[in-house]
Each structure stands twice: as structure tokens, then as C-alpha cells.
Design a protein around this ligand. Structure first.
Ligand code: 0CM
Ligand code: SF4
Length: 311
């Protein structure tokens, strides 16, 4: 059997916001009985969604699909204000699984608008978190900036009265470049004191950076549409590793391993550890493995449950 070194990144996988969101669905199922409706994938992972579906959760795209009298949960990515308002109007009981770090950005957006500022929001068009954050403020007071080019081109009406905010799951490096352009062009712009990019996103990117240069190949477990997982793949690629995003071990093309001596492994914030272990098992069936876990940070973040479920 050929030998293969595996560098496993730590931290990887579930963050506190994902843990909390899944727990909310599980507790709601216990507390209110089946079915419980969930608007949008609770987190961007098929394995998580399938296991909650098996326990009695019904996933829908839009609130209209939730029948009268049902309980509905909003996903970790956050929702526009109109969604809970509409749910209340319909008499639905609803629970909000929005990650507290996303909610924090929502409150910052409101405060900036109250202070009369126009907001430049750094994020990816169409992502549910971006839709949710735009939905916290009146139309027209927030402009999306996706790239350095956008940051160079944007022409706000009053360049002296601006704020910026960002999506939580962006590339740390790309965002720093974009924010640097905004600060150069608009020296009076006000931003968050720390980072809107969350601790889990930045820790997972740093962990990939620490190993990717030593890897011929990097596997990132996560969904195509998971922003934080995609960013991990990009970080690995920029460090010079060939990198693939896979949902499960079944998605591995073993041809990728030709000539590979060291492979890196990580998982996005929405990917459960069991999928990491399955990938390691699949490799063990084909190679003589030497596994090393490389830890760049230890995470101790936890979030409280919503009031309705805390007792
Ligand atoms: O925002 P992203 O697409 O990375 O979502 P995810 O469900 O993959 O990860 C957790 C979160 C949030 C908010
Ligand atoms: Fe919250 Fe960050 Fe996890 Fe998203 S990735 S759920 S913002 S901790």
C-alpha cells in the first residue's frame, strides 16, 4: 500500500452558530412535536438537513409554504425583517436560529442608518445572509460592494457620511483589500470596531493557511453554496495546493491522489465531523496513512438559545 501523509486542520467543522441552529431545530421538534418547518436550509449542509428531515423537520424555501398554525424556524443565515413580521401576521409561531454574530451585523446596520449614514456592504450578491442584512434597513440606504473593482467604482451621494459592514463568511484577505480601498477613497467612513467576519470563518482560514503550502492536495468538506467552505478552498488554492470542495467521501475522485504525498483536510463551519472521519476512513482503505492534526486556535465560543427554548 502506498503511504500518504494527512494534515488535518483544526479548528474545522461546526462553529457555535451552526451548533446552536441545529440544536434549536432539535429542541423545537422535541418541544412542539413533528412536524416543525424550517425556512431555507438551517445551515448549508445536506447531511445536516437530511438528518433533521429524518427527525421530522420540513424544509421550505418560502414562508408561504408553511401551513397555518405551524411552527417555523428561520435559518442561521438570517432573514429580512419582513419574514418574521409576516409570520406574526399569519399567527405562526416562529423561532429565529439566526447566528448571534449575524444578528450583531443587523443591529449595526440599523444603528448606522439611524445615524443617517449610507452603508457600503461587502458581501456576495444573492447569498441569504446578504438578503437578510439588506432586509434590516429601508431600500436604497445600502449598496453592495463585492470586489475591489466595485470599491473603486462606487459613487455614494455623500462620501463624507458613510459606514461599511461585511458578510460574516468572507475571505479575510479579500475583505481587507476591499476595506482598504474604501478607507482610502472615503477617509471618513465608519466601520465595525473589530471584524464582521466571524471568529469561525477567520480561524478556519488561518488553519488552512498553516497547512496548505505543505500539501499537494487539499480537500475541503462543505457544500458548493456554503460561502465559508468555498473561501477555505480558495485560501488553499492561493497557498499553492490543488483544492477541491466535496460534500462527502463519495465525491472524491481518487485520480486526484496520483503523485500526492501530502493531503490536507478541513471542513466548513456547516459540515459535521462525521464526514471528516468518513473521508479519513476512505483514505485508510487505499493508503497507509500518517495523520497529523495541526491546531492553530482553540475555540471556546458558545451561544445562548433563544428565550423560548432556554428554559
Ligand atoms: O454563510 P455560509 O454560506 O458559509 O453558511 P453555512 O451554513 O455553510 O455556514 C454557517 C453559517 C452561517 C451564517
Ligand atoms: Fe455564526 Fe460564523 Fe458560524 Fe456563520 S460561520 S453561523 S456567522 S459563527
Amino acid at each position: 500500500m502506498a503511504s500518504l501523509k494527512v494534515l488535518v486542520a483544526a479548528p474545522r467543522g461546526f462553529c457555535a452558530g451552526v451548533d446552536r441552529a441545529i440544536h434549536i431545530v432539535e429542541l423545537a421538534l422535541e418541544r412542539y412535536g413533528v412536524p416543525v418547518y424550517v425556512r431555507h436550509e438551517i445551515v448549508h449542509n445536506k447531511h445536516v438537513v437530511d438528518s433533521l428531515r429524518a427527525k421530522g423537520a420540513i424544509f421550505v424555501k418560502e414562508l408561504d409554504e408553511v401551513p397555518d398554525g405551524a411552527t417555523v424556524i428561520f435559518s442561521a443565515h438570517g432573514v429580512p425583517k419582513t419574514i418574521p413580521a409576516r409570520a406574526t401576521e399569519r399567527g405562526l409561531s416562529w423561532l429565529d436560529a439566526t447566528c448571534p454574530l449575524v444578528s450583531k451585523v443587523h443591529r449595526q446596520a440599523e444603528r448606522m442608518v439611524q445615524a443617517g449614514r449610507h452603508i457600503l456592504f461587502v458581501g456576495h450578491a444573492g447569498h441569504p445572509e446578504v438578503i437578510g442584512t439588506f432586509g434590516q434597513v429601508p431600500e436604497g440606504v445600502m449598496t453592495l460592494v463585492e470586489t475591489v473593482e466595485d470599491a473603486e467604482a462606487v459613487q455614494p451621494a455623500d462620501p463624507t457620511n458613510l459606514g461599511f459592514l461585511t458578510q460574516t463568511t468572507l475571505s479575510v484577505d479579500d475583505t481587507a483589500e476591499i476595506v482598504a480601498v474604501l478607507r482610502r477613497r472615503f477617509p471618513d467612513i465608519v466601520g465595525p470596531r473589530g471584524e464582521d467576519i466571524c471568529y469561525a470563518t477567520s480561524n478556519r482560514q488561518a488553519a488552512v493557511k498553516a497547512i496548505a503550502a505543505d500539501c499537494d492536495l487539499m480537500l475541503v468538506i462543505g457544500a458548493e453554496y456554503s460561502s465559508n467552505s468555498q473561501r477555505l478552498r480558495e485560501v488553499a488554492e492561493r497557498e499553492g495546493a490543488r483544492a477541491y470542495l466535496i460534500q462527502t467521501a463519495g465525491a472524491i475522485d481518487w485520480g486526484w491522489f496520483d503523485g500526492v504525498r501530502t493531503v490536507g483536510l478541513t471542513a466548513g463551519a456547516s459540515a459535521p465531523e462525521i464526514l471528516v472521519q468518513e473521508v479519513l476512513e476512505a483514505m485508510r482503505a487505499r493508503f497507509d496513512l500518517e495523520i497529523e492534526e495541526v491546531t492553530t486556535a482553540v475555540e471556546e465560543v458558545t451561544f445562548k438559545l433563544p428565550r423560548e427554548l432556554a428554559a
